[in-house]
Write a protein of this length. Structure first.
Length: 450
């Protein structure tokens, strides 16, 4: 495979030092981490909790609705008044939930440091949870779900997640029915069970220091008390001993959307850095093996990629692309061939150097902003990564050799454990699917067909 010649990795790039932090813990258990950057005329903060979508239980979407409602009014503020108060400071305050974590975050001019943090504490501690606002958010989310159903990639991803995380909340997803069933009482219970100072971490980056942030937090959050009662450690998903093939029937689709997934490890696993490099080589960009083969050489698609999803309890390695309908069979064989080549064809020195050079070079650029650095600190704290993790990360990437890439591919790109999902028009694709192998046909609601 032709590759561009590149110089070796410059040692100066590896000499990356994550900004120094000042830290303390308040009496109520809230951890404070401050990255002082006086050259910035603003502050960026991120308050993180051990809450995430995986704790939704039998009501998927609950954490998302909680995040939406936190910024819809609180003690002394209607939703409109709260939004106006934030706008008057010229900043933003938002909240979000992902699989493993829950965040409240914002950016404001440094002259509003105290007032913005005070508003953050009000939103978290005393949310209004107005029934009318909840109804509006549910209608908005349900409308978004209906729109997303028109995307074959979205449908395929939902089903693939379900199959890759059997019996685990990572495989669950919100529906119109689950959203409709969520009431204010459910959100209050989740807030009381998870949004507590004990175990939470507040990271502030910008024109400030630890003394100022500690004083503000004592003033507006010093009497905040409690420990989370719902953040139990969840068991890992059941082991996948054999994958499967699934076809989601979507009449009229002009392309065949292909997704392939392999079970992987949790984010703290020692193989993560080497797998990042392996993924870059396999499908992590426009010069990757998948892209070069399936688009540049074959013309089956506008793009074919791979990505890693590594969470606190488990993970997955996914490859995907929207393929020409007349080339489905060859495309699937092409994906599978590239997976085998990661084991059978050793990565040459230039290909490996290109991948590592990109990863090492782009990391500081992507993480120079206050928001990015705050996010890295929160991630490291909530996932329990070593304190020097981001300082040594680039050295670990640079040290990966070809033998490790081959070992990673042989360990995790296991054909027997691969799950295949195809979304498309069965009338057009059925002959090719039969050549690929037996599959389970489903409608867009994942009900079995036939």
């Amino acid at each position: 495979m032709p590759v561009l010649s590149t110089p070796p990795i410059d040692d100066h790039i590896l000499d990356y030092h994550f900004p120094e932090t000042e830290e303390t813990t308040l009496a109520n258990g809230l951890k404070l981490v401050v990255l002082t950057r006086p050259e910035l005329p603003r502050i960026t903060f991120r308050l993180g909790f051990h809450l995430g979508d995986k704790y939704d239980g039998d009501l998927p979407g609950k954490a998302d609705l909680l995040a939406a409602l936190l910024k819809k009014g609180c003690r002394g503020y209607t939703a409109d008044a709260f939004a106006d108060a934030i706008d008057l400071m010229g900043g933003y305050l938002d909240s979000a939930s992902n699989n493993d974590s829950f965040f409240v975050y914002g950016t404001f001019l440094s002259e509003f440091t105290e007032k913005s943090l005070a508003m953050m504490f009000e939103a978290v501690r005393f949310p209004a949870f107005e029934a009318g606002e909840l109804d509006r958010e549910k209608r908005r989310m349900i409308a978004d779900l209906e729109n997303e159903k028109s995307s074959p990639g979205y449908l395929g991803q939902l089903l693939l997640q379900q199959k890759l995380y059997p019996g685990h909340p990572y495989g669950a997803y919100k529906t119109a029915a689950s959203l409709q069933a969520i009431e204010v009482a459910h959100l209050r219970e989740m807030r009381d069970s998870f949004l507590c100072p004990q175990g939470a971490t507040l990271v502030v980056c910008g024109d400030t220091d630890l003394a100022e942030i500690r004083d503000i937090c004592q003033r507006y959050g010093g009497d905040w008390a409690g420990a989370p009662t719902g953040a139990n450690v969840l068991a890992a998903p059941r082991e996948i001993r054999a994958g499967g093939r699934y076809f989601i029937e979507r009449p009229g689709s002009e392309q065949a959307t292909v997704l392939m997934g392999f079970p992987l490890f949790k984010r703290t696993h020692g193989d993560y850095p080497a797998t990042v490099v392996a993924n870059k080589i396999l499908g992590g960009g426009a010069n990757s093996r998948l892209f070069m083969h399936l688009r540049e050489e074959k013309g089956f698609t506008y793009g074919a990629y791979s990505s890693l999803n590594c969470y606190q309890e488990s993970g997955s390695w996914i490859a995907s692309g929207d393929m020409r309908s007349d080339a489905l069979l060859e495309s699937v064989r092409g994906f599978e061939g590239e997976f085998r080549q990661m084991v059978d064809k050793p990565v040459d020195a230039e290909e490996l150097r290109n991948a590592k050079r990109f990863l090492v070079g782009v990391f500081p650029l992507r993480n120079e902003s206050a928001a990015a650095q705050s996010g890295l600190v929160i991630f490291q704290r909530l996932f329990g990564l070593p304190a020097d993790y981001w300082t040594t990360y680039l050295e670990e990437i640079a040290a990966i050799d070809a033998g490790e890439i081959r070992r990673i591919a042989a360990s995790y790109l296991v054909p027997e454990k691969m799950t295949l999902v195809v979304v498309g028009d069965w009338a057009v694709l059925q002959d090719q699917m039969r050549q690929i192998g037996d599959c389970q046909r489903l409608d867009i609601h994942f009900n079995a067909i036939g």
